[in-house]
Design a protein around this ligand. Structure first.
Ligand SMILES: [Zn+2]
Length: 310
């Protein structure tokens, strides 16, 4: 978002506020800049938050009824850029990999766990491992089907003296791998700190041109006869399910001067096979932690196995 865009946005917000709000675009612009640039709050949400603020101050009900945050359970988080409240326990704290991050770790409730990040600049009180909190005004985020929540300068933290039994959000599913999607096979990830985005034509959408680190994955579709589920096999699982190691895949691609030979190999080894997979559901993906090969689609004995497993 450029400076000009933010100015336009600020003027636009100002125009939409009632006169009773009595506010200049410059003031809105400052708030907008802080939220968007310093706290990385998505522009839409920053805009909503600022409008809410002024509407609250002037005691005018916004037309839009759903501006209040919802207290959600972790498994309900399935969209990025939403404002939510959570009651959760700090399951783990991790070492921040950048100075911009104040705290990073895992929050858990009865329905599962989710990564959280608190910005250093937000200057929030530190969360303690093992403690429960009611957290208000978090922004959800999504990266490669994995959701996280961001604490920001508008977040409030309340201690909760309660025991939270953290749930396991692992799901098990058996079905045929009916599709292997683009972005499967030998890929390159951005090597920048805390990034890991997949490079497109040698470029990271955030960090520009990069050498990149090789990785292997399968983005596939598992069909259990009833429904289809998007699944992701990470590096270890892809190596195990396809029988092709990352080193072999790199060699194959180098010989052929083409990474698509690896995707073809993986496809030959896995497409149309039956698997029982388990792992957490993150957004639209089941992230495969464990899998078991049940058989092949055109093998009648194995179709019985499949029928029994359903
Ligand atoms: Zn990057």
């Amino acid at each position: 978002m450029t400076e000009t865009d933010l100015s336009h946005e600020a003027t636009d917000i100002c125009d939409q506020l009632p006169d009773s709000a009595d506010v200049e675009p410059a003031e809105i612009h400052d708030k907008l800049t802080t939220l968007v640039e310093d706290y990385q709050v998505p522009t839409d949400e920053a805009r909503r938050s600022i409008m809410n603020n002024y509407l609250d101050d002037t005691n005018i009900d916004p037309d839009d009824g759903d501006m209040e945050n919802q207290t959600v359970s972790i498994s309900e988080i399935d969209k990025p850029e939403e404002w939510v409240d959570l009651t959760a326990k700090v399951v783990e704290l991790w070492e921040p990999r950048s100075d911009a991050i104040g705290q990073v770790g895992l929050l858990g409730d009865e329905t599962g766990t989710i990564k959280f990040t608190a910005w250093a600049k937000s200057d929030l009180p530190a969360l303690s491992e093992g403690h429960a909190y009611h957290l208000q005004n978090l922004v959800t985020d999504e990266y490669q089907g994995q959701y996280s929540v961001k604490l920001n300068s508008t977040t409030t933290i309340e201690d909760r003296d309660q025991e939270i039994e953290v749930g396991d959000n692992s799901t098990e599913l058996a079905g045929a791998l009916v599709d292997i999607q683009q972005g499967s096979g030998l890929i390159k990830r951005c090597p920048a700190d805390d990034c890991t985005r997949v490079l497109q034509n040698g470029r990271c959408s955030e960090h520009g041109e990069q050498e990149g680190d090789f990785d292997l994955r399968i983005k596939g579709v598992l069909d259990d006869g009833d429904t289809v589920q998007d699944v992701i096999f990470g590096k270890e699982e892809t190596e195990a399910v396809s029988g092709i190691s990352l080193a072999e895949a790199q060699e194959r691609a180098m010989d052929a001067l083409d990474t698509s030979v690896v995707t073809d190999d993986i496809q030959d080894a896995t497409l149309g096979q039956y698997y029982r997979v388990s792992g957490p559901i993150m957004g639209r993906y089941l992230l495969v932690d464990e899998f078991e090969r049940l058989g092949q689609m055109d093998d009648p004995d194995q179709i019985l196995i499949r029928a029994r497993s359903m």
